[in-house]
Write a protein that binds this ligand. Structure first.
Ligand SMILES: [Zn+2]
Length: 280
């Protein structure tokens, strides 16, 4: 198993450089007319000259950055349910949510100058995924970062499915972007029962990103006992199981080395909103 993953990494690293060309091809195939429309600002060169006191400086044209952002957004696999999540429309109902929002904004502002990712811990419905998605949206639009969203269970399932003989995608197809994207969101960490295989696979992925100094944002609704005292335990639906139970000691300690831990508390706002909409 570990051997297979290592091979996948090797191929993934090799193929990473070829992506730009492939993406351009895909886009041209999807929007054949775009090739003919010439931007009136840059005449299709993608560059403009900006006047500065020290003379003209070449800058990327708006048309180039906009097209790039659209393409990156499409590749980021943000689920439909979360596609409109922004930092502006994140609702703060609890002081810890306000703190989390501040940290998320600072993260975007500092990127790519910081090497530490984020670990959002909190019960269901406090907006952990909303914040994680909002962060990568901003990074794509404002910084042109290549980001990817993956639900933890879905990632495990996709990797497992790639082993079946009739699978159309290889393990490398799945793992290449997971290993190499600039910012990865791994949502609902620990949401799947931790088999030895799952633990090994996820550790390998996360460790690889850590060694490459690539930033990862995690969300989890498992209480982290060592970090938080018991009085918050009632917030957590899983009760007795903790983050360590679900992902193992080794991975947990790696997470703490590579992430700033952001604890979020509060009521389940999806439930609250739903209740408020029922008028009797
Ligand atoms: Zn242009």
């Amino acid at each position: 198993m570990a051997y297979e993953i290592k091979n996948a990494v090797k191929t993934a690293v090799k193929s990473a450089g070829r992506n730009a060309g492939i993406n351009q091809e895909i886009e041209e195939r999807e929007n054949p007319r775009q090739k003919e429309q010439v931007c009136p600002i840059c005449q299709g060169t993608g560059w403009v000259l900006e006047k500065t006191p020290r003379g003209p400086v070449a800058k990327r044209c708006k048309c180039f950055t906009e097209k790039q952002a659209l393409l990156l957004l499409r590749q980021a696999r943000i689920p439909k349910r979360y596609e409109n999540c922004t930092l502006e429309n994140y609702e703060v109902h609890h002081p810890s949510q306000g703190d989390a929002l501040k940290i998320a904004k600072k993260f975007v502002k500092n990127y790519p100058a910081q090497e530490v990712g984020l670990l959002f811990i909190g019960p269901c419905g406090v907006g952990k995924t909303h914040l994680a998605v909002a962060v990568i949206r901003e990074l794509i639009i404002k910084k042109g970062a290549n980001c990817l969203f993956y639900d933890f269970r879905e990632l495990i399932r996709d990797i497992q499915n790639s082993y079946t003989p009739d699978s159309e995608v290889s393990e490398t197809d799945i793992l290449e972007p997971v290993f190499n994207c600039e910012v990865l969101v791994l949502d609902e960490l620990g949401a799947k029962r931790p088999t030895a295989w799952v633990e090994e696979t996820i550790f390998y992925i996360i460790n690889y990103r850590y060694n490459q100094k690539r930033v990862t944002i995690f969300t989890t609704n498992y209480l982290d006992v060592e970090e938080e005292p018991d009085h918050r335990e009632s917030f957590y639906k899983k009760g007795e199981e903790t983050l360590v139970d679900r992902i193992g000691v080794r991975l947990r300690s790696r997470l703490y080395e590579m992430c700033k831990v952001v604890n979020i508390a509060g009521e389940d706002y999806r439930k609250m909103a739903k209740q408020a909409s029922y008028r009797f």
